[in-house]
Ligand binder design. Structure first.
Ligand SMILES: *Cc1c(COP(=O)(O)O)cnc(C)c1O
Length: 351
């Protein structure tokens, strides 16, 4: 057996790797079930009511993933040929297989994301199309909170409010990709609804930091969610005894939110540690939630990546010399210390 086989794997690739705790599994076994396409699964209904309450919306809809949540939301807001303004670093633009275009015929209009995850209001405004026979019609603005590619930056309520105000003045809707909205709320010390009250729709993930095995929820006004329910069915997302999944989500909302603060602490520790490692660089002051980016300043990045993985630390390479680490429920303080030791070793003597 090699050393690799016996060390504990520290998986810092993503908070999606979290495994559900026993209480979730037990809740899933006990959950009352029904056919949710007929609206008859009581556990799904409970989860949807709770999600609506938390986000301050009238209604909610369980979907399989964050990607489906954003897709269904965008297709509910927009028709074919309509345009959506979204960040050039946003998850929907970069990592959702172009689904809004491929399946909805929706045209993306990317606006550059600042390092803090915002898009400048001026640039959003400039991206809105005037009425002209040549142009697609702008229908929607999408925001992302926390912002994955922008170091997990949380968007402040004031920014979201300013974008919503601009949107309303121009007759547009706002959708929030809140995959990690609970991380944002915890980091900013605000209620989730303060981050969602101004937008028309929001999607959040149960399967990231909240550690449920599957599921995301779209929240919005009643009419919007009724239409989203039709679109969900259209893309094959109507689930039958989905209470099995919803039960995990209910426990996730009850028990996994407050503990996100610990993930943020671990991410900050990681970033401060990396800043002290010769040959690596990061900006610890940018880390507010559970995502850390860093760069290898010198040496062969292939070799560095190989060494770290051989040391039992899993992480993502995001560019030539750029790497990402994500803290979560499965990561302990000793794991952080180990990761730092392995990173320091790997960076040493690289050519
Ligand atoms: C993970 C993520 C999604 C998509 O969620 P999946 O459940 O993996 O489809 C959407 N937006 C952001 C910002 C994410 O980080």
């Amino acid at each position: 057996m090699s050393a690799e086989d016996i060390v504990r794997i520290v998986d810092l690739r993503s908070d999606t790797v979290t495994l559900p705790p026993p209480a979730m599994r037990e809740a899933a076994l006990r959950a009352p079930l029904g056919d949710d396409v007929y609206g008859e699964d009581p556990t799904v209904r409970t989860l949807e009511e709770q999600a609506a309450e938390i986000t301050g919306k009238e209604a909610a809809l369980l979907v399989t993933s964050g990607t489906m949540g954003n897709l269904v939301a965008v297709l509910t807001h927009c028709g074919r040929g309509d345009e959506v303004i979204l960040g050039d670093q946003s998850h929907t633009f970069l990592y959702e297989v172009g689904g809004i275009s491929a399946l909805g015929g929706v045209h993306p209009h990317p606006v550059h994301n600042e390092p803090d995850g915002t898009m400048p209001l001026r640039e959003i405004e400039a991206a809105i199309r005037p009425e002209n026979v040549h142009f697609p019609r702008t229908r929607l603005i999408c925001l992302e909170n926390t912002h994955n590619r922008c170091w997990g930056a949380p968007l402040k309520p004031e920014y979201t409010c300013a974008v919503a105000k601009l949107a309303r003045a121009r007759g547009l809707a706002v959708h929030l990709d809140g995959a990690r909205i609970f991380n944002a709320a915890i980091a900013l010390g605000v209620e989730v609804r303060e981050l969602t009250c101004d937008v028309d729709s929001v999607t959040f993930c149960l399967s990231k930091g909240l550690a449920a095995p599957v599921g995301s929820v779209i929240c919005g006004e009643r009419e919007f969610v009724a239409e989203a329910r039709r679109i969900r069915k259209m893309v094959g997302g109507g689930m039958r005894q989905a209470g099995i999944i919803a039960a995990y989500g209910i426990v996730a909302l009850q028990t996994m939110v407050e503990r996100l603060a610990g993930d943020h602490e671990n991410a900050k520790l990681l970033a401060r540690g990396i800043a002290n490692i010769d040959g690596l660089s990061t900006e610890p002051e940018r880390v507010q939630t559970n995502i850390v980016y860093f760069e290898l300043e010198r040496g062969d990045p292939e070799e560095f990546y190989r060494r770290v993985r051989a040391g039992g630390i899993l992480f993502h390479r995001m560019g030539e010399r750029k790497f990402r680490l994500v803290t979560h429920y499965g990561i302990t303080r000793p794991d952080i210390d180990r990761a730092l030791a392995v990173l320091a070793d790997a960076a040493k003597g690289l050519v």
